[in-house]
Ligand binder design. Structure first.
Ligand code: COA
Length: 173
């Protein structure tokens, strides 16, 4: 496991395209706009607010996690090669990302996942993420469908005080 450099972008793009082509796990859909993606990946790899973790087996790139910290919250994306799923790659990437988040004093890690992606949801639960909400009919797919998304979070800072107001006003209606 290591952090990515400029030289990993093409292989990351190839894995990203392959997972997008599966059609049901990530937000991006096939065909991926490669130039746009290269620009996005390039920005992420060169950003001091982001981490890109690469998992390799015998020189083959088998998984990538990208995380970006904004106002103390790390937003993460994760893909593992189809032939390498269920072998602990995703877990190792998340474990490393969580220590990166702690080192960067993040108070929370957050992500969105399709409700049917039960393997990913099980993986996130294993690390203590909880379901915080559901965006209904939120994302338009290229074929016109509107998909829900589950929002999941892992709070890292359990000691700072919460809002003093959240329990005071009874719900209306
Ligand atoms: C989701 C994904 C990243 C998981 O990566 P992975 O390398 O397969 O995960 P791991 O092997 O570390 O598995 C971790 C946990 O996930 C769950 N899991 C993974 N595969 C599973 C399966 N086939 N059935 C049930 N649970 C599964 C289990 O809780 C497992 O923990 P355990 O091994 O201790 O039982 C991978 O399946 C993937 O890339 N899917 C396509 C892209 C995607 O969905 N990305 C996430 C978008 S939010």
């Amino acid at each position: 496991m290591r952090t990515a450099s400029q030289f990993d972008i093409e292989r990351w793009l190839a894995l990203f395209e392959a997972v997008a082509a599966e059609g049901k796990w990530i937000g991006a859909e096939s065909p991926v706009d490669k130039d746009e993606r290269r620009e996005i990946f390039d920005r992420i790899v060169n950003s001091s607010d982001a981490v890109v973790l690469i998992a390799e087996v015998d020189g083959q790139l088998v998984g990538v996690l990208n995380g970006r910290i904004h106002r103390g919250v790390v937003d993460l994306g994760l893909i593992v090669d189809k032939g390498w799923r269920g072998k602990g790659v995703g877990s190792r990437l998340i474990r490393t990302c969580l220590s990166w988040a702690a080192d960067h004093r993040a108070h929370k890690v957050f992500l969105e996942v399709w409700p049917h992606n039960t393997d990913a949801i099980a993986l996130y639960h294993k690390f203590g993420f909880v379901e915080e909400g559901r965006l209904r009919r939120h994302y338009r797919r290229r074929n016109g469908e509107l998909w829900d998304a589950v929002q999941m979070g892992l709070v890292l800072d359990l000691t700072s005080p919460g809002s003093p107001y959240q329990e005071l006003s009874p719900p209306r209606g």
